[in-house]
Ligand binder design. Structure first.
Ligand SMILES: [Zn+2]
Length: 517
């Protein structure tokens, strides 16, 4: 018996030994066989990787501007220059804002965005980009000055019209179209991610189908996208506006910017519109959309004025020759947009007052305030024209992502609150979707839509734009009354591998990059 048990022990040992021989090295062992020196260790966090997958416990190692490892780290076997204890915290990719505003030469830090977790902003929206025939000149200025978040840049269709001398002309010649196409082509070659349109604004509104299709073909040739502030976001105009965009979608990826239905209501209406997009996808059109989590839009007061009261027409003349007609138009238009109480002005000297208040104070009808005191270019405002149920149905759709449409200076809370509000309100208070899904809508979905293949996920090889935070503590502080309050709760914001905001303070140099494709 003794001999048998001795043999058995020997056999077991041999087996154990041979098993150990065959055991595959762990990913961490493979890593440290290649390198052991890292820049940052983010230790013991719960990783929400941006894909929508369930959160998991992991350590993250960064080397340079990239993610070098995601998994269990043995700290005794490596060296690192910076240690971040993420115990009890969520680690996610930095948020990507698909539609933002602002001037990097004036506010290069964009702290409002960093404070709400945004590490990449998209500019050149609504048909307007900096007026440079060669966008590279502008890129050089940005790179000289430095920019804190990364920048995804688009070229504006309205700007193309200006640069090519077409401007307000509804019927450009072949030659002018070609000129516009050439400027577009150059911008796409310089790295812009696509073109934007602002068909509700002048001069974009003068662009017709032939022109837009001509440009869409060029965008498509470069495998890039058109983001569109559509021609008309009013309830009864939505179908036409979308079908105009889908026409361009035959040639390139198209994207509905800040999708909304002005004075439309209800879940059913939202499903009708989502259904149009879904059907287009079945026909092979690539179409996506973004929304912001507020019920008021924000733009120039010109949005309520008719085209004939705006450039190239002379407003002073219109005021004299067509005043009654203009008054009737404004009265009807503003009333349809929920009335003067639903227009909150954001420009001095009316900042913070509704159009109804200003009218009352000046003792005249609101349309006369608009005509005499403000004018089509005289102010910006927030317009409470959206229905909560409808917008929330949009935001739940799997191909709808989050944008702010905000800026450092706009008098609307979306510029300082959007991404925090999505977590605070949509995830925790209303439970519209999980934290993982919310983060997917703010990271990988946006990155993939814009063709940014190296961002938007916590994954080896991706660029290290990373947030470390406690989701329950995230708060959007901005309100309509005080829209400039920074969001709270994002303890660390890393951009391209470096900490750029820590416990409410900006740190280090600006190291954002222009994400050229
Ligand atoms: Zn817009």
């Amino acid at each position: 018996m003794k001999i048998i048990s001795f043999n058995l022990i020997l056999f077991t040992l041999l087996l154990a030994f041979s098993c150990k021989e065959e055991k595959k090295p762990t990913p961490f062992e493979i890593l440290i066989s290649q390198q052991t020196d890292f820049d940052v260790l983010i230790h013991r966090g719960q990783v929400v990787d941006g894909s929508g997958a369930t959160a998991f416990a992991a350590d993250i190692l960064l080397k340079g501007d990239s993610i070098a490892f995601v998994g269990q780290v043995d700290t005794a076997k490596i060296t690192f220059s910076k240690y971040i204890d993420a115990k009890g915290k969520t680690v996610s990719p930095g948020f990507i804002d698909t539609h933002a505003h602002g001037n990097p030469l004036k506010t290069p830090d964009f702290e409002n965005f960093l404070a709400m977790g945004v590490t990449t902003i998209s500019l050149g929206q609504d048909g307007f980009s900096p007026s440079y025939p060669n966008i590279e000149e502008w890129f050089n200025k940005i790179e000289d000055k430095g920019i804190r978040p990364n920048l995804a840049m688009f070229i504006g269709h309205g700007t193309l019209r200006q640069l090519s001398g077409i401007n307000f002309n509804p019927d450009p010649s072949e030659e002018e179209l070609e000129k516009m196409g050439n400027i577009l082509e150059k911008a796409l070659q310089a790295g812009c991610l696509g073109m934007t349109t602002g068909l509700e604004y002048t001069p974009g509104t003068y662009g017709k189908k032939e022109e837009l299709v001509h440009l869409a073909k060029i965008v498509g040739k470069h495998d890039k996208m058109i983001m569109s502030h559509m021609r008309n976001e009013d309830d009864e105009a939505m179908e036409n506006s979308i079908s105009e965009l889908l026409e361009q979608g035959k040639y390139c990826h198209v994207h509905v910017s800040h999708m909304k239905v002005v004075y439309g209501k209800g879940e059913e209406r939202a499903h009708e519109i989502l259904g149009i997009l879904e059907n287009a996808r079945k026909e092979g059109i690539e179409v996506t959309a973004d929304v912001y989590p507020y019920n008021a839009s924000y733009t120039g007061i010109g949005i309520v004025f008719p085209d004939w009261a705006k450039g190239p027409n002379n407003y002073a003349n219109v005021k004299i020759t067509k005043k009654d007609e203009l008054a009737a138009y404004l009265r009807q238009r503003v009333t349809k947009r929920n009335g003067p109480e639903a227009t909150l002005l954001g420009t001095a000297p009316w900042t913070g007052k509704t159009l109804a208040q200003v009218a009352k104070e000046s003792g005249k009808p609101f349309e006369e305030v608009l005509i005499d005191d403000i004018g089509p270019g005289g102010a910006s405002g927030a317009y409470f024209v959206m229905n909560e149920t409808l917008q929330e149905t949009f935001v739940k759709d799997s191909l709808v992502m989050i944008c702010s449409d905000g800026s450092p200076t706009g008098h609307h809370p979306r510029g300082h609150g959007t991404f925090a509000k999505v977590i605070e309100e949509y995830v925790f208070q209303k439970q519209l979707f999980s934290l993982e899904e919310a983060i997917r809508k703010m990271t990988s979905l946006s990155a993939e839509s814009m063709g940014l293949t190296d961002r938007g996920r916590i994954e080896v090889g991706k660029k290290a734009d990373i947030l470390i935070f406690e989701p329950e503590k995230v708060q959007a502080k901005a309100t309509y009354e005080n829209p400039y309050q920074l969001a709270e709760g994002f303890d660390w914001v890393l951009i391209n591998g470096d900490i750029k905001r820590e416990n409410g303070q900006l740190v280090g140099e600006r190291n954002g990059v222009i994400l050229k494709r």
